[in-house]
Ligand binder design. Structure first.
Ligand SMILES: Nc1ncnc2c1ncn2[C@@H]1O[C@H](COP(=O)(O)OP(=O)(O)OP(=O)(O)O)[C@@H](O)[C@H]1O
Ligand SMILES: [Mg+2]
Length: 367
């Protein structure tokens, strides 16, 4: 699917913008503080109800205005059009699809799936394990419907076990909750392993394109010591041995809630030795691989592919890497929005594109 027309009202410095977009590549050029990232934020707001830059809608609504409005005409491969719109104030959200009000953001996301790559995306590699856990869990939620139920149940059991470790008068239930915990751990662990296998297939394809001279790998860290075979019986044993330590720290020290993955560059951790440009390409490769896994290869995959937003594409990349990246992105057959401070000469890709210049919150199209 792709966005054919976009309207933005009162999103940061963008007061009233109407754009006719390219089905392929849309290049947004402008000086610092001109409004480029705001445009991408408006798109993510329409897709997910949230910005990737702030958790507060008040930051996004233009100063002295009550609400932000974003609407788009979305076309699919068969040229069917859907009009989607969102109006958000500090206290309310109105979502419309083809002029009818709808009440869940999730429905809107299915009409406008998108992947955004921005300055904070490298946190996926260098930041906290929590980000990597939710990255993989999102794939598992999407691909394996029963994962969600088991994940929720695990959170509940873990909480109960931690209460038993903390509070003496619940101590008699500790064994019971430990038994519940070890039943769920192998299941959750396997779903994550399967999600990572799916991700790796796509990820290696992308890496082949983006990196010529490096070997990468993604190492699964279950949340238990590496050598431990994660079966119910082994885990019971393991938790018995750890019990005095868990009692001392008053929480469950190991388990699938501590799951993580590491990106290796040769035999070193990428987070320790990759350059900023390499980290940017690595984060991008993981996000694109996830996008590929989620859109799948079924009949409907073209519609599920969604759009790609890349904020400040040129930052930290040399011209060779920029060309490699643009060539790769243009082979994906997905609508692209890229922002940059200086117009960059697109290599001769077989791609129809439009350039938009942003200045003080106003946008002009040049072709
Ligand atoms: N709520 C708001 N209302 C009006 N203007 C705002 C609001 N929030 C931020 N701004 C201003 O919007 C302008 C555009 O910001 P934006 O981050 O989109 O710029 P940019 O073009 O991405 O810049 P850079 O190249 O530095 O990343 C900035 O001047 C910023 O101060
Ligand atoms: Mg910006």
């Amino acid at each position: 699917m792709w966005i054919n027309k976009l309207t933005i009202k009162n999103c940061r410095s963008l007061s009233n913008i109407q754009l006719d977009l390219s089905k392929n590549l849309n290049i947004i050029v402008g000086d610092n503080a001109s409004g480029k990232t705001s445009l991408l934020e408006a798109l993510t707001l329409l897709s997910s109800g949230r910005s990737f830059r702030t958790a507060h809608i008040s930051d996004l609504i233009s100063y002295n205005k009550d609400s932000v409005i974003v609407s788009a005409r979305v076309l699919n491969q068969r040229h069917n059009s859907t009009q989607i719109g969102l109006k958000k104030s500090l206290t309310s959200t109105v979502i419309r699809i083809n002029k009818e009000n709808i009440y869940t953001q999730a429905e809107l996301s299915t009409h406008l799936p998108l992947t955004v790559i921005h300055a904070g995306s490298i946190d996926l590699i260098t930041g906290s394990p929590k980000l990597r856990r939710s990255f993989i869990d999102w794939i598992a939620f999407y691909k394996f419907p029963s994962f969600h139920q088991q994940w929720k149940q695990y959170q509940h059991v873990l909480k109960q076990r931690n209460i038993c470790l903390k509070e003496y008068h619940f101590r008699s239930s500790l064994d019971e909750w430990t038994q519940e915990l070890v039943k769920l751990q192998p299941l959750i662990n396997n779903y994550r392993k399967d999600a990572i296998s799916l991700l790796k297939i796509e990820w290696f394809k992308i890496l082949n394109f983006l990196f010529k001279d490096f070997e990468f790998d993604l190492i699964f860290k279950s949340g238990f010591p590496d050598a431990l075979d994660i079966s119910e019986i082994n885990l019971l044993h393991y938790y018995k041995e750890r019990q005095s330590y868990d009692l001392k720290i008053q929480r469950t020290s190991s388990g699938v809630h501590r799951f993580d993955f590491k990106i290796m560059m040769g035999d070193r951790l990428a987070s320790d030795c990759a350059s900023r440009g390499q980290l940017k390409l690595l984060a991008l490769s993981l996000l694109l691989a996830k996008n590929s896994v989620l859109s799948g290869t079924d009949d409907n995959s073209e519609n599920k592919k969604g759009i790609l937003l890349i904020d400040d594409l040129a930052a930290e990349l040399d011209s060779e890497n920029k060309d490699i990246l643009i060539n790769y992105l243009s082979s994906l057959n997905q609508q692209l929005f890229i922002t940059m401070t200086k117009q960059y000469n697109i290599p001769s890709v077989n791609l129809d594109y439009k350039v938009f210049h942003v200045k003080h919150g106003d946008i002009t199209s040049y072709n």
